[in-house]
Design a protein around this ligand. Sequence first.
Ligand code: ZN
Length: 245
Amino acid sequence: MDQNLETIKNIIRGGGNIVVLSGIEVMRETGLNGVNAEHIAYDIEQKYGYSNDEIVSSLFFSRRVDVFYKYYKEIILNKEDVRPSLVHEGVAKLQRYGKLDAVITRMVYCLHQKAGCDKVIELHGSVEGNRCPVCGKIFGSDYIRYAKDTPKCDICNVILRPGFSLIGEMIDNGKITQAGCAVERAGILLILGAPVNSPLCRYMVNYYHGNRMILLNCHESVGDDRANYRAYGNLSEMFSQVMDF
Ligand SMILES: [Zn+2]
């Protein structure tokens, strides 16, 4: 095994109070696009006549809800029956071993929960939490996927609100505080699939006071040297090696 991975494996095996920051590359391994789908921004603009950032904004939702839901079905829910990856399975194993304090993510597909993890802080909500603005009933992603047109509440006949935050909306302050407190208490801060300078991490790492910040990602980025231990490569392969104990 790679020397770096061996060291990281030993730290995780010997440590506890682990907080995981689960990034965009963990999701990308499963083939899902995400809410903004930056990697296909050009195709989206060609197909929809609007940019991805425009479509997932609160202003756009209030004006062109039909286009918004077309995008939701085709781009955000681009794959059916997605299975958790070896990274999601590995994080669930940390929980089974009593080592996991929290998983913090901006991803919206509940894949950590599907792998058996229940300590997940979803900063931007999820595709399973679509809500009727009148009665508050919650509708999962399948309800959106199979809705004939724009999805409406089956009781009130009112158009649903998406379960994730739109650009221009306030992020839930309670969740940010909860996440910051978890990072502050962390023995090990484990960053998976995101650069230290990413929107997910650059704010959270300021709360970490330890000296075991570990980063596993596909490729190196500027600012990553704030992490104490780093390894780059295929995420699922690396993390299965690290979690092989
Ligand atoms: Zn309703």
